[in-house]
Design a protein around this ligand. Structure first.
Ligand code: GLN
Length: 193
């Protein structure tokens, strides 16, 4: 069981599926619990975090994903996905998986019309991704991070790509350009012991 799942309830899931497929993976669109059971890792896409949370809860997926993350399943949350992983969302925690020790503010970079693209440099111990085109759409801003979270990239001095163990999260949309380097990085994460 080495399949990457892409939570496909609402939002930008198709582009994640396309990019993973182009990189040689065979991703599974996760809509129900049975599909999640076939997956060993999961991408939670951007979209509307409150809507995604509501559908997950209705289908029993919220508890199931929460348990799988606690058991060590690698997970990558982008934008709304990052919101759902963060411990404190606008000071609250009702929809949160509490998998990332972060406090974030939703829509802190402005509304849809204030969407923008910026080049960022990504750096981890053993990898470097220079000049990644990061697309920000109603993006959340990380206000506070716990000591176990590593910042892999910043924009205007704020963290925008972070990692805590098997949890990767970006406030931008890495699936909206043809650049697959962050997805490749996540695919390597899923192979790590
Ligand atoms: N602002 C959205 C939310 O709160 C996230 C935006 C996005 O995923 N592009 O869920």
């Amino acid at each position: 069981m080495k399949q990457i799942g892409v939570l496909s309830l609402q939002g930008g899931f198709q582009r994640h599926i396309d990019i993973l497929t182009r990189l040689g993976a065979s991703p599974i669109g996760v809509r129900h619990s049975e599909e999640l059971e076939q997956c060993s890792s999961l991408i939670i896409p951007g979209g509307e975090s409150t809507t995604i949370a509501m559908i997950m809860k209705r289908r029993g997926l919220h508890n199931q994903i929460s348990r799988r993350i606690r058991e060590g399943m690698p997970v990558f949350g982008t934008c709304a996905g990052m919101i759902l992983l963060s411990r404190h969302i606008d000071g609250r925690s009702e929809h949160s998986f509490a998998a990332l020790d972060a406090s974030i503010l939703r829509n802190a970079y402005g509304s849809q019309v204030h969407s923008f693209e910026a080049e960022i440099d990504i750096q981890d111990e053993d990898m470097s991704i220079p000049n990644f085109p990061a697309v920000f759409i109603r993006a959340p801003k990380i206000e506070e991070l716990g000591p176990e979270v590593t910042v892999l990239a910043e924009f205007n001095s704020a963290p925008v790509l972070v990692r805590q163990g098997k949890v990767l999260a970006s406030s931008f949309h890495p699936e909206l350009t043809d650049d697959g380097r962050i997805h490749e990085y996540f695919m390597r994460m899923t192979e790590e012991k």
